[in-house]
Ligand binder design. Structure first.
Ligand SMILES: C[S@@+](CC[C@H](N)C(=O)[O-])C[C@H]1O[C@@H](n2cnc3c(N)ncnc32)[C@H](O)[C@@H]1O
Length: 336
């Protein structure tokens, strides 16, 4: 596959072929090599990722993405949109940037990821939405774009996969234009990750055991798929590298050279419901639950998120919420 390249960095860039079916030997090698694990795990997930995580490019996810952006950045910034040129790191299927472009946050963008499979799906998603985007395989620790290229850099659920987060944030600051902003959302806090994992493990055990009952056999995924999931899940421990305390994330962004750094956190009871729901969705055959379920899951999540922001936020420390987001600015812009 070849992608367009409007970065001014040379000819179009060939994207390596995705490898969705890792061999046993590759999985073993990946146990010692976190970046190989990222590629194998996310190539394996790419074509089914949107369905697994109920990701869509309609108003539901446009509002969700815009809501995370607005929760992170000051109101003044929200009034001055759109940014012209945006970059997404660890784009996956393009969930964050494609929906942010649709939400009016940026005019055009580059979706990048370490996994060729993800870049392929994100580029395809962006093209089918008719958006002005290009895609490229890129490591967030060495972003292949020149200094001062982008007005906005975003990422969702990516920082916790990157070995040296501060190095990556330094790269982000480098490729931003002076005055440009970054927004990273959807990162797990240390406390939130603990309760989310325990609830997910419990849900997986219950779902895969209960569906052994003959009357629930329609709800059981074929054993080969469950075995494949378990093999891939073994890689999850290798790909999930960090959880964050909000203060540590602020310190890393400041050390990387950013100014106006701030963090916000969200999802407390919403995460306690959301993780079992997502795990259940992965345990049953794809498509079995349908969009009615997706709407139910989303509206429950929205209700509990409201309770979290309006009730729990007053009594629970920032670091106990599941998701933390961080934003900051490259110094030297017009207003500094
Ligand atoms: C949890 S997924 C999130 C995908 C997408 N941002 C979303 O929220 O749906 C993390 C993504 O980060 C990518 N990734 C992991 N390490 C990376 C690195 N060093 N540089 C760039 N992308 C990376 C993975 O391949 C994967 O697609």
């Amino acid at each position: 596959m070849t992608t367009t390249n409007d970065a001014g960095t040379g000819p179009d860039v060939a994207v390596p072929a995705p490898n969705p079916r890792a061999t046993k030997e590759q999985v073993e090698a990946a146990m010692q090599d976190t970046k190989l694990a990222q590629v194998l795990y996310h190539d394996w997930e790419a074509e089914t990722y949107d369905e697994k995580w109920s990701i869509s490019y309609d108003q539901r996810c446009v509002d969700y993405a815009r809501g995370r952006f607005d929760a992170a950045v000051p109101e003044q910034v929200q009034r001055e949109l759109p940014y012209d040129r945006a970059l997404e790191l660890g784009c996956g299927t393009g969930f964050f940037l494609l929906n942010l472009i649709q939400a009016g946050v940026a005019r055009r963008g580059s979706v990048t990821d370490l996994s060729p499979g993800m870049v392929k799906v994100a580029t395809r998603n962006g093209q089918s939405l008719g958006l002005d985007i290009d895609g490229r395989v890129a490591d967030a620790e060495g972003i292949p774009y020149p200094d001062d290229t982008f007005d906005l850099v975003v990422g969702h659920a990516v920082l916790h996969h990157i070995p040296d987060v501060e190095l990556s944030l330094r790269e982000v600051v480098r490729v931003l234009k002076p005055g440009g902003r970054f927004v990273f959302a959807g990162e797990p806090t240390t406390v939130g990750n603990r309760y989310a994992r325990e609830l997910s493990t419990l849900t997986w055990r219950i779902a895969t055991n209960v569906t052994k009952l003959p009357m629930l056999s329609d709800w059981r995924r074929p054993q080969t798929e469950l075995d494949e999931s378990s093999r891939a899940a073994a890689l999850e421990a290798v790909v999930d590298l960090h959880t964050f305390d909000p203060a540590d994330l602020e310190r890393m962004a400041t050390n990387a050279g950013a100014v106006d750094v701030r963090t916000a956190s969200e999802e407390f009871t919403a995460a306690m419901l959301g993780w079992p729901i997502r795990t259940f969705e992965a345990a049953v055959p794809p498509g079995r639950l349908g969009w009615g379920w997706a709407r139910f899951a989303f509206s429950s999540w929205t209700t509990l998120s409201w309770v979290d922001s309006n009730v729990w936020r007053r009594v629970v420390p920032k670091g106990w919420f599941y998701n933390v987001m961080v934003t900051g600015v490259k110094p030297g812009g017009p207003s500094s």
